[in-house]
Design a protein around this ligand. Structure first.
Ligand SMILES: *Cc1c(COP(=O)(O)O)cnc(C)c1O
Length: 447
């Protein structure tokens, strides 16, 4: 243990040094840092190396090349920051190195999944008794909810697609928001339902599904709605679609936006979300859990666990939490460790405050940019801001200079056919001063 202690202390010191510098480093690594990665390359060594030397090399060359997503001015994609309590719990949980496939492999991991499930369902005001599975992210959470829905709609017709597959069956009707996230189409493709074989529903100017243009729904229909358009943050009229009482299975992709249910600020958008059948969300986005951490929630526990049923002579199912029955994975790390710690540390109030804070900083960002003559393309209903600096070429050139500045980092997108800079305020660390500093970087980049 003595030599391990030295190694772990060393890792700890290096991690703390990284975190201490994360506010001020370039948000995206510069050329020199990227070139430094060559030192991590080369042939597989024939001989062992000293672990302390391996760690030093990783830190010296890896840390400078890390993207400062842990810092306060990373606004790319929709990538959350990481709350200290979550990261610390993760460090402890990593020392445990638990596998949560079976309860008997990790009673603590299983128990934390049970508790996190209950707390999340309560926090998001979903039907009590709903089941949660813990995945790598919303892609797999979408896949899980859609697998449960697909199987259940066929099961109600007396067909078990788990055994027989989809061969020769009348297809289900799959109805999606035309601006659904790529993860939805990827999941549909993996599930044998096809990316293109869907009915797309047009959206309004904000990217929310237009309920008046839905096709007829019935008990052979799988509907996929969005809580949070990936560009604008707009919320689909989920309650309105669900109250049609069609017998359709409604799945909600709420990767970052489902967290709006945790704050009363968003009540006017979030009515009726509990009426859906399944929901997918990311803890690594709005909740600021460390990567990677997604969640599927399903009203019908049996539909979810049936979808992932697997048997082998050595499996040890009990009536306790068997993690592998809730997700496509078998072996998996104990993601509920940090999830539980964050929910315990923040409580209902703290999660609501976090969600509100991201929203307020996004609105400030939009207001300040507008005052500087940038055009804002969306109603800032949540944490997403879409801005442009003029025509497409000017906007793209401005974005390039913003990225090169190292002051902050945003990505490019198009919205309503126009080139935009996509800003996602998704880190607990982003202060109002960080927003002001970033706006100054936008202004400097434009001129
Ligand atoms: C991020 C995101 C996804 C994909 O989630 P991962 O965690 O990357 O798997 C799906 N849908 C929406 C709306 C997202 O924002």
């Amino acid at each position: 243990m003595t030599d391990q202690r030295e190694l772990f202390d060393d890792a700890h010191q290096r991690a703390l040094r990284y975190l201490a510098g994360v506010d001020d480093r370039p948000v995206f690594p510069d050329r020199e840092a990227l070139d430094g990665l060559d030192a991590l390359d080369g042939d597989l060594p024939d001989q062992p190396s000293e672990p302390l030397d391996v760690l030093r090399l990783l830190d010296e060359r890896g840390s400078p090349a890390a993207v400062a997503q842990m810092g306060p001015r990373y606004f790319g994609f929709v990538n959350g920051g990481a709350l200290p309590v979550g990261l610390a719990a993760r460090w402890l949980g990593d020392a445990w190195d638990q596998n949560t496939a079976h309860w008997v492999m990790s009673p603590v991991g299983g128990r934390l999944e049970d508790v996190s499930e209950r707390w999340l369902v309560d926090l998001l005001r979903l039907p009590s008794g709903s089941a949660a599975g813990f995945t790598t992210g919303t892609m797999l959470a979408n896949l899980s909810g859609l697998a449960a829905g697909r199987n259940e709609l066929y099961r109600r017709q007396g067909i078990d697609v788990r055994d027989d597959g989809l061969y020769g069956l009348d297809p289900l009707t799959v109805v999606v928001n035309e601006q659904s996230h790529a993860a939805v189409f990827k999941a549909l493709s993996l599930l044998g339902m096809g990316r293109a074989n869907v009915r797309t529903v047009p959206v309004d100017a904000q990217g929310a599904l237009d309920a008046s243009r839905l096709p007829p729904l019935d008990d052979r229909t799988l509907v996929v709605l969005q809580a949070g358009n990936v560009n604008s943050g707009a919320f689909d009229p989920i309650g309105e679609v669900c109250t049609r009482g069609s017998g359709a299975w409604v799945h909600v992709d709420g990767a970052f936006g489902l967290w709006a249910r945790a704050s009363s600020t968003f009540d006017r958008h979030t009515q009726g979300w509990e009426l859906a059948d399944s929901w997918a969300l990311d803890a690594h986005k709005t909740l600021n859990a460390p990567y990677d951490s997604g969640i599927v929630i399903c009203k019908d526990r049996r539909a979810l666990t049936d979808a992932f049923e697997a048997t082998a002579s050595y499996f040890a199912y009990t009536d306790q939490r068997e993690g592998m029955r809730y997700t496509p994975s078998m072996s998996k790390r104990a993601r509920a460790v940090e999830l539980w710690a964050i929910l315990k540390a923040l409580g209902r109030r703290g999660v609501a405050d976090l969600v509100d804070q991201l929203h307020h900083r996004a609105r400030l960002f939009a207001d300040l940019l507008r005052a500087e003559g940038f055009r804002i393309h969306n109603d800032v209903v949540f944490n997403q801001v879409l801005a442009s600096a003029g025509d497409a070429a000017t906007t793209r050139a401005t974005l390039q200079r913003i990225q090169d500045s190292g002051e902050c980092w945003c990505g490019a997108s198009t919205f309503g056919g126009e080139a935009v800079i996509r800003i996602s305020v998704c880190s607990w660390r982003t202060t109002e001063d960080d927003v002001r500093r970033s706006v100054r970087a936008f202004v400097a980049a434009r001129s």
